[in-house]
Design a protein around this ligand. Structure first.
Ligand SMILES: C[S@@+](CC[C@H](N)C(=O)[O-])C[C@H]1O[C@@H](n2cnc3c(N)ncnc32)[C@H](O)[C@@H]1O
Length: 284
């Protein structure tokens, strides 16, 4: 089943958190001349219009990137990301950059990217947007299943971005299963994994499957790792509500400066009704 279309959610608060962190991590890898590999296991289309089509229906971007682009004096992590987004937001055809577009912007001549996408329409768009770039390999394959064959990369430097839609419950088990194998092959890689916080019949207070996944992922790896969460609403009180009230990222081997950068940035992302928290666990 592939009914999820990221265009509905492009530029929302969850995208801002994940894309700002991805940008920060790729910038960090770009500080050394040695090449790196960027892997996007769930790439989407690459670019999205915010004014037409799916994104214009619910206008989720207004509470995400819409809050950032006109602000001056942002903390550096957000300022850098907002500047990259502004570069691609044209006047006639506003284009919001998804993860492959940010990767493309931050890749240098010596770096490479591999993007997986299963949805036929999104894969076609991905090909249209990136196939001319010789640094990119685009695969219409399962990104979790395809990851292990790429690891470790020859340069032993990589950022793996794992951003599943979780429309299939099996993603919650598949993500740690494949991450365990990836870590076995390449424990020093940088991995960024996104998860949603959903209210559910059981576990609404604890964030349901997403929060359970966060704990599983934090326990899977004994090296440096952290989790950051942005809650955009209070957890739903109706027992059966599946509403998403926030999301988070678990990051393995994050840049050592990430925690400080996030602590400066999260208050800016947090609006009047929002809650946020950062978790960080270092080496045992
Ligand atoms: C949350 S969206 C990705 C958004 C994108 N990473 C970004 O930040 O711009 C998830 C994407 O994964 C695709 N997808 C779902 N299952 C997949 C799988 N097993 N392998 C690769 N792509 C998959 C969906 O079609 C969807 O486009």
């Amino acid at each position: 089943m592939l009914s999820y279309r990221h265009a509905f959610h492009a530029g929302n608060a969850a995208d801002v958190l994940k894309h700002a962190v991805l940008t920060y991590c790729l910038d960090y890898l770009g500080q050394k001349e040695t090449p790196f590999l960027a892997v996007d296991t769930h790439a989407g289309a690459g670019f999205y219009s915010l004014t037409e089509g799916y994104a214009a229906q619910n206008r989720e971007w207004e509470r995400g990137i819409g809050r950032l682009v006109d602000q001056t004096a942002l903390p550096p992590l957000l300022a850098r990301y907002a500047a990259l987004v502004k570069e691609t937001l044209g006047v006639e055809l506003p284009r919001y950059p998804g993860s492959p577009a940010l990767i493309q912007r931050l890749l240098r001549g010596q770096d490479r990217a591999v993007c997986f996408e299963l949805h036929p329409a999104d894969f076609t768009a991905l090909e249209e947007n990136f196939s001319a770039d010789h640094r990119f390999r685009l695969l219409r394959e399962d990104g979790l299943g395809g990851l292990k064959a790429l690891l470790p990369p020859p340069s032993r430097r990589a950022c793996v971005f794992i951003d599943p839609p979780y429309e299939m419950k099996s993603d919650y088990a598949a993500v740690p299963e494949h991450l365990a194998e990836a870590l076995r092959r390449f424990p020093t890689g940088m991995y960024i994994t996104w998860y949603p916080l959903l209210g559910r019949r059981s576990g609404a207070e604890s964030g349901g499957e997403g929060a359970a996944l966060r704990e599983t992922l934090l326990g899977l790896y004994g090296g440096n790792r952290c989790a950051v969460e942005l809650r955009t609403a209070k957890p739903p009180t109706l027992p059966a509500s599946p509403r998403m009230y926030g999301s988070g990222l678990v990051i393995y081997n994050p840049p050592w400066t990430l925690r400080g950068a996030l602590e400066e940035s999260l208050p800016v992302l947090v609006g009047r009704h929002e809650l946020s928290c950062v978790y960080l666990r270092k080496n045992k």
